[in-house]
Design a protein around this ligand. Structure first.
Ligand code: ADP
Length: 764
């Protein structure tokens, strides 16, 4: 089967597939680019975060190392002093350290003296004597060892509260103090609440101890033995960390510092920095603070990412999306343009094929079915061509010939041509293409009163139609209908194609009809020529015989006979003259050269002359020829031409009504002249009455009656040239009455040549 021209499913697939693939690939590429940009930038921001975290923990480490060094220095100072340091010397020493500015976070530096139970009373007494009247070591109670904060600088009101406190009595502090004692290294406590903490804004704190011995002990035993006390420093964790860390860095991430190795809420020392709902990056670092592990948790949210890191992936996604849509649009346009171009190329090929089929023969009855089948195979499922006249009226094409002939049988004799929904009527009325889809063949068949049509249309599988008119040279000839499945929507391209096809078909039908008419005309002429030669031969043969006989008789001088023979010759000459005259008129009228010479005369008188001329002939035919013309009927006409009209009518009346009366009547009725020729002869059947006024048309057989069939045609042509009419009233067997009506003041209108090919309207 040849390739279908516009298969909707395939066209749709081709239409959508390529752009869809472009769209999918574009979206996938965009997604990939977005993901890559995002992960790269996240990695970048993570690296930055790790950097910042490393820097922050290093800063903290450094800071703590500096504090430890400072405490060791203080311990060295006290060891150097040897005995109990004086409050003043200690004050001066600590003052030189400039704690507030150089060591922020530190609450002070103190001297905690180790006191054995036997020394306690003495110690308290000494301190009270030295100007501290309320001094006592607290909390009170009997213990194996005591310690007491003796010195604490700067000695503000806050630190004042700590004087005399026995830190060895409190287990957390005591742990660190023992560790420092045994290791001769700085040792930090876990999280504690400093005794200096009062009121609001309480912070977690811790303390760092450095031992002070007498001499330089080397072993743990010696260290325990020679311990004099501890230099220590209380720290507020928050202040310390805030000071240690870069303030701008702390705006970007949050820090939680825990004492120990676990992230336990009760071990939380400090929490600061940016806090966000969603943690994007988190890192945990361990540091060592005077022998105790601390765990630092750094966390950052969205705000840690730079504007580029945040916006670039979005930009990539949007850019990719825009590019993809642009590509998609361009591809779709391209595919559409290509599809259109291909469709129009295929249309052109189809039309060329149809045109080839149509021009292969001048008989459209042979070419139409082939074109209809071609259209059904290429453009639709079914193609129906309807012609208003001629044969065949219906041509049906379908890929399966049996289906085509079933539809054709169903459509013939149905009222389908009157169907305005999908049938020819609508296109014939409006002339515009008419498309319908999704209809039910059953309803159409019902409207067309043809139940078989429903079955045939259903079998053909159609439910949508496109009907266009067939017209050529301004004449409407019929319609062409394409039918397809119910879901098919006929496009503008389809309409164009159907219109083009209809034009080709109409031209072919028209040409074919013109050709047939031309052939018929030629055939008529041939027939006429044979009749004419026969007609001309008959009087000539008679003339030849008579003249021969005349010659013989004359030689014997029998003159009566000569006179009779001469009369026969005369009559035959008249007849020949009339025949020749009508032949001449035939060529004149056909060529449009019938010239009229108008002059005033009396029609009654002309009728009298003609009747007189026919008296002999009428007598011989056994007719009584009567003229009824009571008064003159003057007017302005062509005398010779009206003579011809009368002659033709009267000679016909005698020829077709022998042995019967013939009446010629001339009357003036107002502005009109009425001429009637009536006979009682064979009459004319009603169906022939219009035809006999046409050229070569006769209603009698050649054998019974001679003649060219030109007389009445010439009569009509002359009468109509003079602006009048001619008609006949007759019934077979009861004679005929020809009536000519003329205006008394005839005008000679310009006449176009009669071609004899177009079916002219009858005048009768
Ligand atoms: P012709 O007489 O040469 O055949 P016409 O044109 O004069 O041609 O007439 C055409 C036909 O009309 C005739 O052949 C005849 O059949 C019919 N006809 C004409 N006049 C009469 C008539 N008076 N009575 C019956 N038939 C007539």
């Amino acid at each position: 089967m040849p390739r279908r021209l516009l298969s909707p499913a395939r066209a749709a697939l081709r239409h959508h597939l390529t752009p869809a693939v472009v769209l999918a690939l574009g979206l996938a590429a965009t997604l990939a680019a977005w993901a890559l940009a995002r992960s790269t930038l996240r990695m970048q921001s993570r690296e930055r975060f790790v950097d910042e975290v490393d820097r922050a923990s290093a800063a903290l480490n450094e800071r703590m190392a500096a504090y430890e060094a400072m405490l060791r220095a203080t311990s060295g100072f006290l060891r150097g002093v040897g005995a109990e340091p004086s409050a003043l010397a200690f004050h001066d020493f600590v003052a030189t350290l400039d704690l507030r500015d150089r060591y922020p976070g530190i609450q002070g530096i103190g001297w905690s003296k180790l006191i054995r139970p036997d020394e306690l009373a003495n110690h308290e007494a000494e301190q009270r004597a030295a100007g501290r009247p309320g001094y006592r070591v607290w909390p009170p109670g009997a213990r194996t060892l005591y310690s007491s904060i003796v010195l604490l600088e700067p000695l503000d009101w806050r630190n004042q509260r700590a004087i005399g406190f026995d830190m060895f009595s409190e287990p957390v502090r005591r742990g660190a103090m023992e560790r420092a004692r045994d290791t001769d290294d700085p040792a930090a406590t876990g999280r504690v609440e400093l005794v200096q903490e009062t009121g609001r804004e309480r912070q977690a704190g811790f303390l760092v101890y450095v031992p002070v011995y007498a001499g330089a002990p080397a072993t743990v035993e010696e260290r325990r033995d020679r311990l004099r006390g501890w230099v220590y420093a209380p720290f507020r964790a928050g202040d310390l960390l805030r000071a240690a860390l870069d303030a701008t860095a702390m705006q970007k991430f949050g820090l939680s510092a825990y004492d120990g190795t676990e992230l336990r809420a009760e071990a939380l020392l400090f929490e600061a920095g940016a806090r966000e709902d969603e943690t994007r990056l988190a890192l945990v670092r361990r540091i060592d603070v005077a022998g105790r592990p601390w765990t630092l948790r750094f966390a950052a949210g969205r705000s840690f990412e730079s504007a580029t890191e945040r916006l670039l992936p979005l930009g990539v996604a949007l850019g990719g999306l825009a590019l993809t849509l642009l590509l998609f649009w361009a591809t779709r346009e391209e595919v559409r343009a290509r599809t259109r171009a291909e469709a129009s190329a295929r249309r052109a090929v189809f039309l060329a094929e149809a045109s080839k089929v149509l021009s292969s023969s001048l008989d459209y009855a042979a070419t139409l079915p082939r074109v209809a089948t071609l259209a059904a195979q290429r453009v639709a499922e079914l193609c129906i061509v309807y012609l208003e006249r001629g044969d065949p009226r219906w041509t049906v094409g379908h890929a399966t010939p049996e289906v085509a002939s079933r539809v054709r049988a169903a459509v013939e004799g149905s009222g389908f041509e009157r169907d305005v929904e999908i049938g020819p009527a609508a296109a014939l009325q409006g002339g515009h293409p008419r498309a319908r889809s999704g209809f039910d063949p059953g309803r159409i068949a019902l409207a067309a009163r043809a139940p078989a049509l429903a079955g045939a249309l259903r079998e053909a599988g159609v439910g949508s139609s496109l009907t266009v008119a067939l017209a050529s040279r301004g004449e409407r000839l019929g319609t062409l209908t394409l039918l397809a499945g119910a879901r098919r929507r006929f496009t503008r391209g389809d309409v164009r194609l159907a219109t083009d096809l209809a034009r080709l078909v109409a031209a072919a039908v028209d040409t074919s009809r013109l050709y047939a008419a031309a052939r018929a005309a030629v055939r008529e002429r041939d027939e006429f020529l044979s009749i004419a030669s026969h007609e001309l031969r008959t009087p000539l043969t008679s003339l030849a015989l008579q003249s021969e006989s005349l010659r013989a008789k004359a030689s014997r001088l029998q003159l009566d006979d000569v006179a009779r023979k001469a009369e026969v010759i005369r009559r035959n000459v008249d007849r020949l003259a009339r025949l020749v005259a009508s032949l001449l008129d035939l060529s004149r009228i056909t060529a449009g050269r019938l010239e009229l010479e108008l002059e005033p005369f009396d029609l009654a008188e002309l009728a009298r002359e003609v009747v007189a001329r026919f008296e002999d002939e009428a007598r011989r035919a056994g007719c009584t020829l009567e003229l009824v013309a009571p008064e003159p009927v003057p007017g302005s006409w062509d005398r010779l031409r009206l003579d011809q009209v009368l002659t033709n009518l009267v000679s016909n009346a005698i020829k077709y009504g022998p042995n019967q009366p013939v009446e010629v009547r001339v009357e003036g009725v107002g502005e009109r002249a009425v001429l009637t020729v009536r006979d009682r002869g064979i009459g004319i059947p009603p169906e022939d009455q219009a035809r006999i006024f046409e050229r070569f048309e006769r209603a009698v057989s050649k054998r019974s009656y001679g003649g060219f069939g030109l007389g009445l045609w010439i009569v009509r042509e002359i009468v109509e040239s003079l602006g009048g009419t001619v008609r006949v009233e007759s019934a077979p067997g009861s004679g005929a009455t020809f009536t000519v009506e003329l205006s008394r003041r005839a005008q000679a209108p310009a006449r176009t040549p009669a071609t004899g090919l177009s079916p002219a309207a009858p005048t009768a």
